[in-house]
Write a protein that binds this ligand. Structure first.
Ligand code: PLP
Length: 374
């Protein structure tokens, strides 16, 4: 894969509409930083949705090489696809649990489901009882997000009928924080109290509670196994504070046309942007089909070095337009690259301009960019 690049291949790279660079050494550094911050807890890698769009087949082995042995995906099919890329010492967990009927295949693959309901517990136990040494699982409890996991009533029902877990080796008890990215939100402490209540029903069980933000809420939240996703990929775990993570993603997009227009010129669909003075424009080769949201219309910017080049007019499907008047004439031309995510514009800054979060930007980045793994 890293062998000689033919001249033709190099031409394809040089003419791709954009270049998405994933820095695997920054990813590994982020993993190590999270290990430090997590104290005694083991640090898993959350690699659902193709490792937040960055390519699970590259990201997960890089995390494994950095020492990670626990990998969370959302769906069973994701776990099956990833399994061959990881060593036999790696453990894959399925956050969404299993659809009825998937249990035998999951057991055979040695993949660990997160059981989110009494129904999923019953289904897994039915298969687990036919295995001599049982089958492993994590149990998830809802501590205040109302998304996945056993309700407090389910927990009472389970405590009253522990035989429902026959054959199930409970590797740990988990829950998920709704507001971990906001340390001041009182819901964090409420969920911690609820989690401690759940834990009393499983003395000695390993607890897993914290996502990226949760790790930075401190020791109380860390338990035995933490589950960071976005922080591994360079996103801010606590957006209101300085981001301690290294950037992992860089996105450069190519210029496909430039022009000079007089004052009063309309730009793009709907003609919503009208130039106030003469300006120079560059059209870039990517649009909302590549994951640059339409909400960036007339908001946000690209960068040429440190120079900010505002997005003007509406973002199109395959292109967008920037104002390059701040640059010397001729500085950008057909084939030039400008930065959308990189040293001058963080992932979080682009997401903020788009009115969304880093997660949605990453998972939306399209397949038409040339991808480089470093
Ligand atoms: C996605 C997810 C994570 C990772 O969250 P980040 O905020 O990206 O760190 C952890 N746990 C669960 C249950 C999740 O769904």
């Amino acid at each position: 894969m890293f062998g000689e690049i033919s001249e033709r291949q190099q031409q394809v790279i040089d003419t791709a509409p954009g270049v998405l660079t994933v820095d695997l050494s920054a990813l590994a550094a982020n993993y190590r930083l999270l290990c430090q911050r997590a104290g005694a807890a083991r640090v898993a890698g959350v690699v659902k949705a193709d490792a937040y769009g960055l390519g699970a087949m590259r990201v997960a082995p890089a995390l494994h090489a950095a020492g990670c042995r626990d990998f969370f995906v959302a769906q069973f099919a994701e776990a099956l696809a990833l399994k061959p890329a990881l060593g036999a010492d790696a453990q894959l967990y399925v956050l969404n649990g299993l659809q009825p009927g998937a249990e035998p295949a999951c057991a055979e693959a040695g993949i660990v489901p997160v059981l989110n309901s009494l129904e999923q517990i019953d289904n897994w136990s039915r298969v687990a009882r036919t295995h001599e040494s049982g089958l492993p699982a994590l149990l998830q409890f809802d501590t205040g997000m109302s998304r996945l996991g056993l309700s407090p009533e389910d927990a009472v029902a389970l405590a009253a009928a522990p035989e429902r877990l026959a054959g199930v080796r409970v590797l740990g008890v988990m829950s998920h924080l709704a507001c971990a990215d906001d340390p001041l939100n009182a819901q964090n402490a409420d969920q911690l109290t609820a989690m401690r209540h759940v834990a009393q029903g499983f003395p000695g069980a390993a607890l897993s509670f914290a996502n990226s933000g949760g790790i930075f809420l401190g020791k109380d939240y860390q338990g035995a196994l933490v589950r960071p996703g976005i922080a591994l990929y360079g996103g801010a775990p606590t957006p209101s504070r300085p981001n301690p993570m290294q950037p992992v993603v860089r996105l450069d997009v190519r210029v496909i046309q430039t022009r000079t227009v007089p004052a009063g010129t309309r730009i793009g669909y709907g003609g919503v942007h009208v130039t106030r003075g003469e300006c120079r424009l560059a059209t870039l080769a990517s649009g909302y089909a590549d994951g640059l949201p339409r909400s960036l219309s007339d908001r946000g910017a690209a960068y040429a070095g440190a120079i900010r080049l505002p997005i003007v007019g509406r973002v199109s499907m395959d292109s967008l337009t920037i104002d390059i008047t701040a640059l010397p004439p001729g500085a950008l031309g057909l084939g030039s690259l400008v930065e959308l995510i990189g040293p001058h514009q963080t992932l979080d800054a682009l997401a903020r301009d788009a009115g969304t979060i880093s997660y949605e930007i990453l998972t939306g980045l399209g397949t038409r960019f040339h991808r480089v793994y470093r």
